[in-house]
Design a protein around this ligand. Structure first.
Ligand SMILES: NC(=O)c1ccc[n+]([C@@H]2O[C@H](COP(=O)([O-])OP(=O)(O)OC[C@H]3O[C@@H](n4cnc5c(N)ncnc54)[C@H](OP(=O)(O)O)[C@@H]3O)[C@@H](O)[C@H]2O)c1
Length: 299
């Protein structure tokens, strides 16, 4: 089968298209013929080495949707599913998975992979933040997948939503290093995904007892908050992540995320779809930060 293999860390050129043996499924696993693959921003950080060194050359990619072609349970054969693997293997024509989510019949593989992870993260974040009608919510990087879903979910809750993104894509241009100065005061909730040494500057914009959900590091660095930033306003800071913490809530929200796509509540925003063989070009496009929404690969 055709697959995209990562050779060390570096630019998009470390991703090479190769012929690799079709993976063999073990007991309890299913074999999926892949129909759509997500290219989230964190994968560009994994590829570049920003999040650590790469191991031996291996098939890259983490999020794929497709059709089950082999399973212990024959009733599963032919079912469309979406899967997320922390160990890679998604940039390929076939992938094996022990955990997967069934995709509702009306949802395409492209829509499924564009929503399954980011919309379930957004649902779990909304839950953790306990956003209420009438509250004011700041969504950072709303041009991205999670941010885009958060903005829509918070709006549906009846919150007033303020967004940041690259110039012309949102209320506030987060490429201005002083962008936090332009945020109005009185925020009840901040969905913090940019991180970096200046992230704590947002604290002065929160209302008393406001909540900050720190869930990303798009800048490449975690945000740094001190008690001195939080205590004067009685703010709550939630570090949203961890395999034994919020990752479980995210996985539990996957069915709901796909149901919201099926019933039209959340329509995935898809920026561009590339052939699998153009994975390097897809990475370069994600890093260019020109688009809005999800970048996908199709085998
Ligand atoms: N905690 C969790 O459970 C969890 C799970 C999944 C992902 N995440 C994290 O959530 C974050 C968002 O993921 P996503 O999948 O929504 O991303 P995505 O769809 O790939 O979107 C990328 C977004 O990143 C923004 N961006 C890129 N570099 C930036 C920078 N230096 N400063 C500010 N914005 C920047 C882009 O904005 P513009 O191009 O408009 O500037 C765009 O909105 C990532 O950090 C990811 O690692 C967390």
């Amino acid at each position: 089968m055709r697959a995209v293999v990562q050779y060390g860390t570096g630019g998009p050129e470390v991703l090479k298209v190769e012929d690799r043996p079709k993976p063999e499924r073990g007991d309890g696993e299913v074999l999926i013929r892949v129909e759509a693959i997500a290219v989230p921003f964190y994968e560009t950080q994994l590829r570049s080495g920003l999040l650590g060194a790469a191991g031996e050359p291996a098939i890259f990619g983490h999020e794929a949707a497709g059709t089950i072609v082999e399973a212990d349970d024959p009733a599963l054969t032919g079912r469309r599913v979406v899967t997320m693997s922390f160990t890679g293997g998604a940039y390929a024509e076939f992938v094996v998975a022990s955990q997967f989510t069934l995709v509702p019949g009306t949802v395409s593989a492209e829509q499924a992979v564009a929503a399954a992870v980011p919309a379930s993260v957004a649902l779990a974040l909304m839950d953790a933040a306990d956003v209420k009608a009438g509250e004011t919510v700041l969504v950072e990087a709303a041009s991205g997948a999670i941010g885009g879903y958060l903005a829509r979910l918070a709006g549906r809750k009846g919150a007033r939503v303020i967004t940041t993104a690259g110039k012309g894509k949102a209320d506030i241009d987060h490429n201005d290093p002083d962008w936090r100065k332009h945020v109005p005061e009185g925020l009840d909730v901040v969905f913090e995904s940019i991180g970096g040494p200046r992230a704590a500057e947002i604290a002065v914009k929160l209302a008393p007892r406001g909540r900050i959900l720190a869930y990303g590091l798009l800048s490449g660095e975690f945000p740094v908050f001190s008690v001195a930033d939080l205590a004067p306003r009685g703010l709550t800071l939630i570090g949203f992540g961890g395999m034994d913490a919020y990752a479980k809530d995210v996985a539990a929200a996957r069915d709901e995320a796909l149901d919201l796509v099926a019933d039209g509540t959340l329509t995935p925003v898809i920026d561009r779809i590339y052939p699998l063989a153009d994975a390097a070009a897809a990475h370069a496009h994600v890093e260019s930060r020109e688009g809005v929404g999800k970048v996908l690969l199709v085998p």
